[in-house]
Design a protein around this ligand. Structure first.
Ligand SMILES: Cc1cc2nc3c(=O)[nH]c(=O)nc-3n(C[C@H](O)[C@H](O)[C@H](O)COP(=O)(O)O)c2cc1C
Length: 167
């Protein structure tokens, strides 16, 4: 199998689409990412972030972040927050994003999302290939909008979560 098709294997894993937001020293930032479930009790999830990104610097400083789970009506936000860099532009101002303060953390919560999950870093894996750090974080706050439908990322495209498969 060619190296190119092996690289493609990872993009065929259906992923959550979230905007990870954080704040430190009065600076706010956010980036598109994918979050994964780690454990229900205690409630833990994980994100893998490149150490070259501005949001990573904010999380390193504050040790907390919010996972804003994008609704299917917000796919433009996933694209915008996944392209611009916080050390070049204030994405919240540039894209006219409404936020509110977290109840349990200093991370900004993005309005209109399927869910906003506030997290505190429990542990991190530093020596991840390709300059990434994996954060395992405890859920400390949670807001859900049941009327919205979340997005999924698969093979470089965005999908709306479809009908339940009844077993
Ligand atoms: C759908 C999608 C998923 C992404 N997932 C990740 C991810 O899991 N980890 C990561 O480091 N970058 C990911 N990115 C890229 C970052 O969001 C992007 O480079 C962003 O501009 C970094 O912003 P910052 O420098 O302000 O932190 C993703 C981008 C998109 C569009």
């Amino acid at each position: 199998m060619s190296e190119r098709s092996l690289v493609k294997a990872s993009v065929h894993l259906p992923c959550s689409v979230v905007i990870v937001s954080a704040s430190a020293s009065r600076k706010q930032g956010a980036m598109t990412a994918s979050a994964m479930y780690v454990s229900q009790s205690p409630p833990l999830l994980a994100v893998s972030l490149s150490k070259s990104f501005a949001t990573y610097q904010l999380i390193e400083a504050s040790r907390e972040f919010a996972v804003n789970v994008i609704a299917d009506s917000q796919s433009d936000l996933a694209r915008k927050f996944g392209k611009a860099h916080g050390d070049e532009v204030n994405k919240f101002e540039e894209f006219g994003i409404k936020t509110e303060g977290g109840a349990k953390t200093g991370a900004p919560l993005i309005a209109g999302c399927f869910a906003n999950i506030e997290c505190r870093v429990k542990s991190s894996l530093w020596e991840v290939e390709g300059n990434h750090a994996v954060y395992i974080a405890e859920v400390v706050g949670f807001k859900l909008n049941r009327n919205l439908t979340p997005l999924v990322w698969l093979a470089g495209k965005y999908f709306s979560v479809g009908a339940e498969c009844r077993i």
